[in-house]
Design a protein around this ligand. Sequence first.
Ligand SMILES: [Zn+2]
Length: 226
Amino acid sequence: MGWLTSLGTAAADLTLGRCCAGCDRPGVHLCPECRDELEPHVRFHTRVHLDEVAPGVGLPVFASLQYTGVRRHVLYRFKDHGDFSMTPFLVSALRAVLDEVTTHTDVSPRVAVPIPSRRAAHARRGFSPTVHLLQRALPRTRPRLRIASLLVDERTGRGDKGLGGADRRASVAGAFRLRGHGSGDPVILVDDIVTTGATMREAALTLMHAGVHVVAGAAVAGTQLG
Ligand SMILES: [Zn+2]
């Protein structure tokens, strides 16, 4: 555990008291029952349609955890309270989905591109949840992926939580800008949580319009797993 992780855990202890991140049981960071709920179970989430690129083109998106109940609480505590004692469990979930996708897509990705947080959220939290998990998951994925932060967040204004599919798509149009250029290697897009897929879609469009080959999307948790 690095110093930053230890510091984060200590800070979370102070602000939350030590209680289970999943069910608030006192005295533990995560109780055995909630730990069981974080066992990765990789499933198809959605197919993001990208007709702007070419008719019929789509991006399959997968996730490791159903974003409900205990898993939702744990992700909230990690993301919004900086409780890094949750990191190992979420890294396992991310590694599981990356392993599954890299071995089962027709074209195996070589590069993982994190979807950036909104700038305001990043400033408030002081870290990027997706990058934090991705950096720890990548060294042990098979085949090994490398990280490339090709997307820059351009979103302004309030978040889009609570918006439905079409509204959400409109709210994320132009959300990202490309930084640098792709290496030519196939890419997997990575996010912490996928809901409607609108953000994943906009990120994919930004990359694909620049000629980057995006083969799939992966998230730690998803709202509508099959
Ligand atoms: Zn619990």
